[in-house]
Design a binder for this molecule. Structure first.
Ligand code: PMP
Length: 319
């Protein structure tokens, strides 16, 4: 089964709700050729007992969309708060009652041909696609360090989530899968560990959790910030942000990847070397369980990280 299901039929384009079939872009679209746009991925988790759907940190995602837009020199036409309201309305109109990936996209969708951000009019769309249950990985991910490097910030802004930035990671991922691995870890051009193709990397050496800093050409993940908070609470020691050498991936005791769709994925092997005992680490499994609970408001605290879709207005937490 594919990790994502059929997209929901109603989408939001520039604040209007329209059928997806009428929201197509032309083959001439500037963004299609040049990757001129920015996007987000926001998790919505269905809670059957509460009969509600919960968005995980939607405001943080829309704040990052605003930040990515500023990096491109574009201004988002809606505030982050207004975008959360539009997202809630979109999920209600589609009557979404399943774990879902919300996909905001702010891109040069018009036919303007010149390369440049200054002429074409960007379009803001929000769409949603179900996430199949097995997207959560409990058994562990086998990784290879990719020969493809993560583009340096001075070539392609790393902390902006840009459409065109995913070509290198897409090649790295495909080559990893074709070589029999699940995922690729990318180094930056300085040779430090940056991130996996669509997730951030954490590793434990002894009692200390480490993750690459925002200045090592990573996307500053929202799940990464959540993981730093939760690990700090559990261990009583702050996660250390510092440059990480490739060989630390081999020498460490535990590794996980984290991102919006999968939340937390244990890494059990890197470059044919097993990580720790070759099984998902205890803290990693705890973190995945805790984040899953938080995402669906099934416990784990941090209720203010989630915003209800159907209960919105009665309990406005978290947006
Ligand atoms: N790095 C990259 C390149 C990504 O695409 C993602 C997914 N958005 C992440 C890291 C993880 O970020 P987040 O936790 O905000 O989803």
């Amino acid at each position: 089964m594919a990790p994502f299901g059929r997209p929901f039929p109603v989408v939001c384009v520039d604040g209007e709700f329209v059928p997806e079939t009428t929201a197509a872009v032309s083959v001439h679209a500037n963004a299609l050729s040049y990757g001129t746009g920015t996007f987000e991925g926001i998790r919505a988790t269905w809670n059957q007992e509460r009969a509600d759907l919960f968005l995980l940190e939607p405001l943080a995602h829309y704040a990052r969309l605003g930040q990515s837009s500023r990096v491109l020199g574009l201004a988002l036409p809606f505030s982050p708060e207004a975008l959360v309201r539009l997202t809630i309305e979109l999920l209600r109109r589609n009557e979404v009652r399943a774990d879902t990936y919300v996909r905001p996209l702010f891109a040069l969708a018009g036919d303007g041909l010149p390369v440049g951000m200054h002429e074409a009019r960007p379009r803001l769309s929000i769409a949603a696609t179900p996430i199949a249950g097995q997207y959560i990985n409990l058994k562990g991910v086998r990784c290879i360090v990719s020969p493809w490097r993560r583009a340096p910030d001075e070539a392609l802004p790393s902390r902006a989530k840009l459409c065109g930035s995913y070509v290198g990671p897409a090649m790295a991922k495909t080559e990893a899968v074709r070589s029999g691995f699940d995922e690729a870890i990318m180094l930056n051009v300085a040779g430090h560990v940056a991130e996996a193709t669509t997730s951030n990397v954490f590793l434990r050496r002894g009692r200390q959790w480490l993750t690459p800093p925002g200045t090592d050409d990573i996307l500053e993940g929202i799940t990464r910030a959540q993981a730093m908070t939760l690990l700090g609470e559990r261990t009583g020691r702050p996660v250390v942000e510092r440059s990480i050498d490739r060989t630390e991936l081999y020498a460490c005791d535990e590794i996980f990847l984290c991102g919006t769709a999968a939340l937390v994925a244990p890494v059990t092997e890197v470059d044919h070397r097993s990580v720790g005992a070759g099984q998902p680490g205890e803290t990693t499994v705890w973190l995945l369980d805790t984040l899953r609970a938080i995402a669906g408001r099934r416990g784990g605290g941090h209720q203010d990280w989630t915003a209800p879709v159907y209960g919105a207005g009665t309990d406005g937490g978290g947006a």
